[in-house]
Design a protein around this ligand. Structure first.
Ligand code: PAF
Length: 283
């Protein structure tokens, strides 16, 4: 299997599959794959005849000064992993193929794309929505799979699909974690040994907070207490917030389901994570 680099070559292969009535699942990635990505591939294989994985480090979703240049890249290793996982086609366009000279159209999502990550990563969701929409159009996939690790991204993609009447099903896949609970992420490669030990504290604090919320502790008390613990454990706490799991709006007082999301920093490394929360007494 060699990567397909251009939209024209991609369409040639996909057209053949469509003529044979094959359904297509897309797994969008930026490469530097880990077991979390392989779980996405497994979910894709269960839902369609053919699986296309994209490998593209999307410059449009990195703000100036972010880690675009040093983002981990390992196309050879990724190709081997994707082949072993049963992917049928790897689409790895160059930047000039994805954004040819003269490219001038972007998606600017509102709603769920406002706040949280957007407050710390300028242009991130516009960059994500634009490339994801392009990947949906280029592949014409029936299904696309996204990890819950980037929960706000998942909600923003679902919102875009709804708002633009896109004919594609979005399948969420649960976060895959290391043995100590740290959510798998390509950026974990940036963590030094001491930071790596501290990093698992994020999931631990989220889970303990989910526990007390489930037992009926008032959200403002639970969040205040957890924020203090995060501040003690990490160098910077960007946010800790309890949100509606579908809209990411403020949680209704009578809600039964919520999502607790957080982003923290350890030195120059930013960690994000989230957990589902069941609130007692909701409707
Ligand atoms: O989650 C990612 O890896 C990226 O944001 C995505 C969805 C592949 C778009 O570049």
């Amino acid at each position: 299997m060699t990567p397909v680099r251009t939209v024209a070559a991609l369409c040639r292969q996909l057209d053949e599959w469509r003529v044979a009535d094959n359904t297509i699942a897309l797994v969008p990635t930026m490469g530097a794959l880990h077991d979390g990505h392989l779980a996405l591939v497994r979910a894709a294989r269960e839902r369609a005849c053919r699986v296309v994985a994209s490998l593209f480090v999307n410059p449009a979703q990195f703000a100036p000064g972010e880690d675009f240049d040093r983002y981990p890249r390992d196309e050879t290793g990724d190709m081997a992993g994707l082949r072993a996982a049963g992917v049928d086609l790897v689409y790895a366009p160059g930047t000039e193929d994805m954004y040819p000279s003269g490219f001038a159209t972007s998606v600017i999502p509102g709603g769920a794309a406002l706040g949280l990550e957007a407050d710390y990563r300028e242009g991130f969701f516009s960059g994500v929505a634009t490339v994801v929409l392009k990947l949906f159009m280029q592949t014409g996939a029936d299904v696309a799979v996204f990890g819950e690790k980037d929960y706000q991204q998942l909600v923003v993609v679902k919102q875009m699909v709804r708002d633009l009447d896109l004919r594609i099903d979005i399948v969420p896949v649960a976060t895959v974690r290391e043995a100590d609970g740290l959510a798998m992420s390509s950026r974990n490669a940036y963590l030094g040994a001491a930071e790596r030990d501290r990093a698992a504290g994020l999931f631990r604090i989220l889970m303990e907070t989910r526990g007390v919320l489930g037992e009926g502790e008032p959200p403002e008390v639970a969040i205040r207490h957890a924020s203090r613990r995060l501040e003690a454990a990490f160098d910077v706490v960007d946010y800790l917030s309890l949100r509606d799991p579908v809209t990411l709006g403020v949680v209704e007082t009578r809600a039964s389901a919520a999502r607790l999301l957080s982003a923290v920093r350890l030195g120059s490394v930013r960690l994000i994570d989230n957990v589902a929360v069941t609130l007692p007494g909701g409707e």
